[in-house]
Design a protein around this ligand. Structure first.
Ligand SMILES: [Zn+2]
Length: 113
């Protein structure tokens, strides 16, 4: 069961990261053509990130080079996916000890009244 979960995390995480890496490399080659490098390139790439949380914390990092930003993006998205997936899974497996059915806790049980 536990190894299954890890596999789900890994496949989802890497797909998510792939999207970011794809976005990053497309944007970076465009910026290189315009001869925009270093910090200016970093802020241009960050400006195009749609996820507000990722964008805000990427800005806060104040990365000097696009490579550093890429490292950050990879690690962050993986962590976020892990957390979201873990929360969803633990909500699914919650058991009511009153009626013994999954999906709700005792305090939300409809069988109580
Ligand atoms: Zn119940």
């Amino acid at each position: 069961m536990k190894s299954e979960l890890v596999e789900v995390f890994q496949s989802k995480g890497s797909k998510f990261i792939e999207n970011y890496v794809h976005y990053y490399s497309t944007k970076l080659s465009m910026l290189n053509e315009l001869e925009i490098f270093g910090k200016r390139a970093v802020s241009c790439i960050i400006g195009g990130i749609t996820d507000v949380l990722v964008r805000t914390s990427a800005k806060a990092g104040q990365y000097e080079s696009p490579e550093m930003l890429l490292c950050y993006l990879s690690s962050l998205t993986e962590t976020q996916i892990l957390n979201t997936e873990f929360q969803r899974k633990s909500q699914e497996t919650v058991m009511c000890y009153y009626c013994n059915k999954p999906g709700h806790k005792f305090r939300y049980c409809k069988m109580r009244n």
